[in-house]
Ligand binder design. Structure first.
Ligand code: FAD
Length: 567
């Protein structure tokens, strides 16, 4: 019997000293949050967009390779669907994928209409390339390898153009702490979501902890990368949205499916935090993986060789590293030539140069690192979570489009498509008089605050437990290490008086790591991004999703839900 974690239902924080309200509160300003806010604007009375640091932030800014959509005459949404389902290893929600691939091309064209400048082919059309797991050229890219930065630029410019309009308000440096909830339902189940508590580093009346009330809240807080010692994600990716939703009683799903990107620059075992990603597109253009003796090993592992799905490449690299006793393998792009490499991948070339590498001259050491979280807050295809009033979108959501493993470049697309769907659903419901204004009540139980000094202990546990290679022994040890982390820094007076930004984030990391470790332990098979060396087979009995939520006693209860088979 595996003991389940009991994450606290709220963060320890001062009482809100100020209150604001809007019809809809959108949390996060990556592709998902910006798209939702822009589409909601003017269609509802008022939108409040809050974001942890500045508007241009989150993983969106760092996305390199591109955005997948069946834009070519020779491609079809059906072909995109099939590739997505294959990568998802039997756990994708076929309806969610169908919506992604059929609505995706229109959303990308709208982005172009909004001002996003994608790279073009000689005829002036959008240039399309290929990435791992795709059987067609369908990846639109911008600035060579700076797709996310261009998408972010275009969306932020569109927002800046209307920022002073009545009807939309933006608060930067606003860290959302908890979801505010109304009274529990008649059966004692979680109450509706009616806003957020947040800490703002601001001026005048909007400084410190406050409350932002809304008839609907859209969580678009991005990924969980900082749960691990090494990740491609920026520092904002601390799983805040997933943790806050869990505390409020929402269901989360597929948490065990973490994607480790195969080709992240290896800077030694002491490297911490955000590391340099070398996009799949470099392999898409012909770069090869070789081991320490120069042997190219991927053709003997998979028919797509270096362009096999990411989990296949990541596992093959880890196995090769184990077989050769090396800390990394190497990316060999030397045959592609300096002029091409520097023109096509300027961002990567500049990042590598900072560490003394040049793709044109060097074998570049790479190893897998955390990259993407397929799981998150469970939603339906309208973006609705299991709690009334709460929506989730982008990397913090789990729509089911990624299943056990995300197909490359589907996540920016997911943010666009489902943010659009959420905005439409919210508008319909507000027009229909649904989503009533609700007063928040305090959730019961002791609040939690994990000391910032425990952050590395949490990251170490996550990396050695639910890391690239998992086993019962490693996961049990991680669960033990996480259970030993103190969660009462507030009671011990460690952080009295000061804003507890680092502690709030560390508490979120701790809760996400605990839930992730637990469900990874329960899934006794290997599938997609979940690689159990003690259970190396994929088992048909496990063709189910794990959905978790706090029960009435505050224990993380996990149930399995069958997945629809594609038509
Ligand atoms: C290096 C890298 C390369 C990638 N390349 C690609 C690619 O080529 N193609 C692709 O499709 N995907 C790619 N991805 C993945 C993709 O970028 C992300 O999945 C996607 O951008 C997530 O968008 P989002 O809007 O959900 O979250 P994000 O873009 O991460 O934005 C989250 C937002 O929420 C804010 N936030 C977080 N917590 C709080 C809080 N508590 N309170 C208030 N605000 C908060 C953040 O500050 C940020 O503004 C890449 C990711 C990385 C890291």
């Amino acid at each position: 019997m595996v003991a389940a974690p009991r994450p606290a239902r709220r963060l320890a924080a001062p009482e809100p000293g100020w209150t604001t309200s809007a019809d809809v509160v959108v949390v996060g300003s990556g592709v998902a949050g910006l798209t939702a806010a822009l589409r909601l604007r003017r269609r509802v009375g008022s939108v409040l967009l809050v974001t942890k640091t500045v508007l241009q932030s989150g993983s969106t800014l760092w996305a390199q390779g591109g955005i997948a959509a069946a834009l070519a005459d020779t491609d079809t949404p059906q072909a995109h669907l099939e590739d997505t389902l294959t990568a998802g290893a039997g756990l994708c929600d076929p309806e969610a994928v169908r919506l992604l691939v059929t609505e995706g091309p229109a959303r990308v064209r709208e982005l172009v209409g909004l001002g996003a400048r994608f790279d073009t082919d000689p005829d002036g059309g959008i240039a399309l390339t290929r990435e791992g797991g795709h059987h067609a050229d369908r990846i639109a890219h911008a600035g060579g390898d700076a797709t996310g930065a261009e998408i972010s630029r275009a969306l932020v410019a569109a927002l800046e153009a209307v920022r002073h309009d009545p009807g939309i308000e933006v608060i930067e440096h606003a860290l959302v702490l908890d979801l505010l909830t109304g009274a529990p339902d008649a059966d004692g189940g979680p109450g509706p979501v009616c806003g957020v508590s947040l800490h703002v580093i601001g001026e005048g009346s909007r400084d410190g902890v406050g409350a932002a009330l809304g008839r609907a809240v859209v969580l678009a807080t991005g990924g969980i990368g900082q749960v691990f010692l090494s990740t491609t994600n920026p520092q904002e990716a601390t799983g805040d949205g997933t943790a806050a939703a869990l505390r409020a009683g929402a269901a989360v799903a597929d948490l065990e499916f973490v994607q480790f990107h195969p080709t992240v620059l290896w800077l030694g075992s002491g490297a911490r935090g955000q590391q340099t990603l070398i996009s799949e597109a470099v392999r898409g253009e012909g770069a090869r993986l070789v081991d320490a003796s120069g042997h190219r090993f991927m053709p003997e592992v998979h028919e797509l060789a270096e362009l096999a799905p990411r989990d296949v490449v990541a596992k093959a690299i880890v196995r090769r590293m184990a077989a050769t006793g090396a800390d990394s393998v190497f990316l060999d792009a030397r045959h592609l030539g300096r002029a091409f490499l520097h023109r096509r991948f300027p961002t990567i070339a500049a990042a590598l140069a900072e560490h003394g590498y040049d793709l044109a001259d060097d074998l570049v050491p790479v190893a897998p690192a955390q990259h993407y979280h397929s799981g998150g807050v469970l939603t339906d295809v309208r973006g609705r979570s299991t709690l009334p009033g709460l929506y989730a979108v982008g990397e913090t959501a789990c729509t089911g489009v990624h299943g056990a493993n995300r197909l490359a470049s589907n996540s920016l697309l997911e943010g666009l498509v489902f943010a659009h769907r959420i905005a439409d659903d919210v508008v319909d419901r507000l027009d229909a008089g649904e989503l009533p204004v609700t007063d928040p009540v305090e959730r019961p139980g002791e609040p939690a605050l994990v000391p910032a000094a425990s952050r590395v202990a949490v990251q170490r546990a996550a990396t050695s437990g639910p890391g690239v290679i998992r086993s019962e022994a490693g996961l049990a040890a991680a669960a033990g290490a996480l259970a030993a982390v103190p969660t009462d820094a507030h009671a011990r007076g460690d952080v009295l008086g000061a804003p507890a930004l680092a502690e709030w984030e560390t508490t979120n990391l701790h809760q996400v790591a605990g839930a992730l470790t637990h469900v990874a332990r329960l899934r006794t098979e290997t599938r997609g991004g979940h690689f159990r060396e003690d259970h190396p087979q994929t088992r048909d009995a496990w063709r189910v999703r794990q959905v978790a939520a706090l029960d009435g006693d505050g224990v993380l209860a996990v149930r399995t839900v069958p997945v629809a088979r594609p038509d």
